[in-house]
Design a protein around this ligand. Structure first.
Ligand code: HEM
Length: 155
């Protein structure tokens, strides 16, 4: 959560608005950070940067104390629960269209394939089924909706 202070917006970008989290269940605001705020991370780095950073943070940020998440490159993403998760979100008020639970995994695969192909352009061969692909999809999505609308602290 980027707070509405100049030293935050200069570093991270536009401060976080409650409406940007309205469909998060649970929302993940907190009062402690270790490492930089990630709310405006989407689009900041190429997919390949995230791949290398999760595999070994020090390869992209020398001296980083962040732990490595290299196991995400090995592990397959569990998609057996996607449909049920969508239905839970619908029940909590997230406006997925009726029947979206039935096509969610097809959409997921399309998005994953695009990221996997993008990585291969940078010489990284990783199957679209892997957890790292979902992590990259998530990170590239963070905080980008507001970029196309009105901003208050950036010109
Ligand atoms: C799945 C969990 C995590 C993800 C997805 C993640 C992701 C990231 C990303 C994308 C950055 C770069 C931010 C930027 O340059 O704007 C970053 C930086 C950082 N993270 Fe994490 N992180 C995770 C867990 C952790 C944990 C558990 C720690 C602390 C022990 C940590 C500490 C740091 C630190 C100190 C940095 C700044 C140095 C660097 O760029 O590596 N992170 N993290």
């Amino acid at each position: 959560m980027i707070r509405p202070f100049r030293y935050e917006t200069e570093r991270y970008g536009e401060y976080s608005k409650p409406g940007e989290f309205v469909y998060d269940h649970p929302f993940q605001w907190g009062s402690k950070r270790t490492g930089p705020d990630l709310h405006r991370l989407g689009g900041k780095y190429p997919d390949s940067w995230h791949y290398h950073h999760m595999e070994d943070p020090t390869s992209m940020s020398p001296g980083s104390v962040m732990p490595a998440y290299a196991f995400m490159i090995e592990n397959d993403l569990d998609t057996t629960t996607t449909a049920a998760k969508i239905r839970v979100m619908q029940r909590l008020g997230v406006p997925y269209p009726e029947g979206y639970d039935k096509i969610a995994n097809a959409e997921l695969i399309k998005q994953a394939d695009a990221i996997s192909q993008n990585l291969s352009k940078d010489g990284i061969k990783v199957k679209s089924e892997k957890e790292i692909i979902a992590m990259i999809a998530y990170l590239q999505r963070l905080g980008i909706d507001i970029k196309s609308s009105h901003q208050t602290s950036e010109k």
